[in-house]
Design a protein around this ligand. Structure first.
Ligand SMILES: Cc1cc2nc3c(=O)[nH]c(=O)nc-3n(C[C@H](O)[C@H](O)[C@H](O)COP(=O)(O)OP(=O)(O)OC[C@H]3O[C@@H](n4cnc5c(N)ncnc54)[C@H](O)[C@@H]3O)c2cc1C
Length: 426
């Protein structure tokens, strides 16, 4: 068969790998000038490693991704350093990346709340019954079972930061999936995620996969004469789209109304992430990941000092910091200039390190995407578009369908390979 894949993110690349191995002719169309999708990175002259446009790491539990890397023979390039994650409470940051540190964290007090926090965490790690949890919002469930103080200190800031105006609407299965599937050890690829995507793409090219960069697909239509599908003007037997639901709806207008409606009703958040190269280390304590509550006046959700995770040597001695936020479309951060955004963020940098000065900043890059985080509402499993669409030969595999898991490169690989398997069986 001749198969087209739209998108050279990790989902598209993983599907291309399996379809090619099964003996099919595979062409990958990618509108960007590089592979990697949302996990792509960039590199300055003088840097040996790339940094991701949107901060990225793996969890030790990312079994689909680790399994793929193993198959590709690249496991020796995966590293799991031991970065420090901290939580804000009353003007100070506290380490929060082990059970011991969680027990010592003063934000939860030292009595009943800590016990409730512990039991809720344990229950969520042990249960597999996410279908019961998706019937209720995380807001209501956590208030009831973890209690007001634990909810407001721990879980509400996460929900507000990730989902803004939808924070009370997200279902509890989303929270379950994060707690269930994540480890405190964090990993990356030597050279950065872009290096991995490039090595993977080279391997695919070597196997005979054609990857067309700068190739933006405008439409996919049924070809009545051949019984196949046209990707723009070229005919294929099967097509897999790995882009956002709204893009899928736009390029495949022939999809039945019901399927199109399902795509367009899915909610998601965008993201704005500033990357800075600094002359000096921002966190003197060497903290990597700062969880920042909006209610304490921080202008972003996450502040991440990448060079407290991997060595600044890989970046010519520059210190790399990300400041990012998940935002609803139309939020003013999408239209601010890079300088205006930097001015908003500077007071937060000073709260991390009072010695911080604007002249520490060597350069900033701002990356924006409309499609960063699907928003799963109550009973979301009923609203997931099927991978096999009602059009014969047309398949769709996106971040919005990895539910109940939260989006991530691990699940992009999982759904890409699952879609490939379905295509091979039909
Ligand atoms: C802020 C942020 C932080 C994240 N942090 C992490 C993390 O720490 N760890 C982790 O594992 N994951 C993280 N993720 C999620 C991860 O990036 C995604 O889950 C994953 O990259 C999705 O892969 P994909 O292949 O499904 O889609 P994408 O990577 O979105 O790939 C789709 C591709 O399709 C292309 N495309 C779109 N339209 C067309 C068209 N018309 N024609 C041709 N090509 C087209 C796009 O250019 C893109 O390359 C993060 C995401 C964001 C936004």
């Amino acid at each position: 068969m001749k198969i087209a894949i739209i998108g050279a993110g990790f989902g598209g690349l993983a599907a291309a790998y399996d379809l090619n191995k099964a003996g099919h002719e595979v062409v990958v169309f990618e509108s960007a000038s590089h592979v990697g999708g949302l996990a792509a990175g960039f590199k300055e002259p003088g840097w040996d490693w790339s940094v991701e446009k949107f901060y990225h790491h793996w969890f030790q539990s990312d079994s689909s991704m680790m399994g793929l890397i193993q198959e590709l023979g690249l496991m020796d390039k995966v590293i799991f350093p031991r970065p420090l994650t901290v939580m804000y409470f009353n003007g100070k940051f506290y380490p929060f990346d082990s059970i011991l540190n969680a027990l010592l964290f003063p934000g939860l007090g030292f009595g009943l709340n800590k016990i409730r926090f512990g039991f809720v965490g344990l229950f969520l790690r042990l249960t597999d019954n996410w279908r019961a949890l998706e019937k209720v919002t995380a807001h209501a469930w956590m208030l009831k079972w973890a209690g007001k103080q634990v909810y407001e200190q721990m879980w509400k800031p996460l929900l507000v930061g990730k989902f803004g105006p939808f924070y009370q609407d997200v279902n509890m299965a989303w929270m379950w999936a994060r707690i269930k599937a994540r480890t405190t050890r964090l990993g990356t690829f030597e050279g950065g995620f872009q290096r991995f995507a490039d090595v993977f793409a080279e391997k695919l090219r070597g196997m005979g996969v054609e990857i067309r960069l700068g190739a933006q697909v405008k439409f996919i239509k049924q070809n009545q004469a051949s019984g196949g599908l046209n990707v723009d003007v070229e005919s294929f037997d099967q097509v897999l789209v790995t882009a956002s639901p709204s893009l899928m709806a736009k390029i495949c207008p022939d999809l039945p109304e019901e399927y199109l409606k399902g795509l367009l009703e899915l909610k998601s958040m965008g993201a704005v992430v500033m990357t800075l190269s600094l002359k000096h280390q921002l966190s003197k304590e060497g903290y990597y990941w700062f969880n920042l509550p909006k209610e304490a006046g921080f202008p972003m959700l996450a502040l991440v000092e990448h060079t407290n995770f991997v060595s600044p040597e890989h970046f010519g001695g520059d210190r790399i910091v990300y400041a990012g936020d998940y935002l609803e479309l139309g939020h003013e951060y999408f239209s601010l200039s890079d300088d205006e955004l930097l001015e908003r963020f500077i007071p937060a940098f000073k709260r991390i390190n009072p010695e911080f000065e604007k002249e520490w900043v060597k350069k900033v890059w701002v990356n924006k995407t409309n499609y960063a985080q699907p928003v799963p509402l109550v009973n979301h499993s009923k609203n997931i578009p099927a991978i096999q669409t009602p059009i014969e030969g047309l398949y769709f595999a996106s971040m919005s369908q990895v539910y109940p898991w939260d989006r991530g490169t691990n699940f992009a690989v999982e759904i890409g390979r699952r879609a490939a398997k379905m295509m091979l069986e039909n």
